[in-house]
Design a binder for this molecule. Sequence first.
Ligand SMILES: NC(=O)c1ccc[n+]([C@@H]2O[C@H](COP(=O)([O-])OP(=O)(O)OC[C@H]3O[C@@H](n4cnc5c(N)ncnc54)[C@H](O)[C@@H]3O)[C@@H](O)[C@H]2O)c1
Length: 263
Amino acid sequence: MPRFDNQTVLVTGGTGGQGASHVRALHAEGANVVIGDIDAERGAALADELGPRARFTHLDVTDEGSWAGAVLAAQNAFGALDVLVNNAGVQNPPAPIEHTDHATWSRILDVNLTGTFLGIKTAAPALRRTAGRANGGAIVNIASTMGLGGTAHYAPYVASKWAVRGLTRTAALELGRDRIRVNTIHPGVIATPFIHEPAAGATAAIADFYSPEPFAIPRLGEPTDVTRLLLFLASSEASFITGSEYVIDGGLLLGPALQAESA
Ligand SMILES: NC(=O)c1ccc[n+]([C@@H]2O[C@H](COP(=O)([O-])OP(=O)(O)OC[C@H]3O[C@@H](n4cnc5c(N)ncnc54)[C@H](O)[C@@H]3O)[C@@H](O)[C@H]2O)c1
């Protein structure tokens, strides 16, 4: 039986490189999918492509009212909400801290951190209502390997993703007795518009700084790599896992895989 039969999943940033991959795979595994994003054109197209078990809802994750509307849209369309994927995220244009303006700092923290906080806050009552069913409820927060160390010129992004880790652990403690699991995924460098298009106000894209050649697995990640991990964490296969963090980076964090010259 598909892993998400009779379940409803809301994916934020659900039209983006990774989000759309998650949406398609969850749908293929039987889920009703609610695509939450600020990009209405892409959202409507994806929902049309997937058919009656898919809906697009305009969701700006920084706005509490918008969140209430998205959770209601899920409940109205499909009667319940079982899984929330906090995937929407933005990066800052690269700059040292002393040249990072307050507005940029606030914008990145608003989307990546406050958006995740508002999602947990708004979805928790709906998830609690369905958590009595066999699988319980699940929240998966998408952070980043940048949330595990420092990265020069990306202070707002790095700080936001570090903070998502603390939020995940706290939510896991608060919601565990309600049978709602909360986990974090830390993707490395994944081939999506996120790394190929410069952030607003930037001239260079992240991909210009990261070559996958030194990675233990010397390629960029694909959205489907992350999707497979997400499907596991959101499903009942992970029923004893909460407050945990999963790195999926092809070995990026291990350091460079230097090859000795063969004698
Ligand atoms: N691509 C990578 O290398 C990489 C690495 C680590 C972590 N991540 C994280 O993965 C997640 C998905 O990124 P992606 O690679 O798919 O990027 P992407 O740019 O392709 O997608 C991001 C999506 O978020 C949406 N979005 C932006 N602001 C929003 C808002 N206020 N409300 C709702 N939606 C909003 C965008 O419209 C877009 O659909 C992000 O949280 C990102 O930080 C990406």
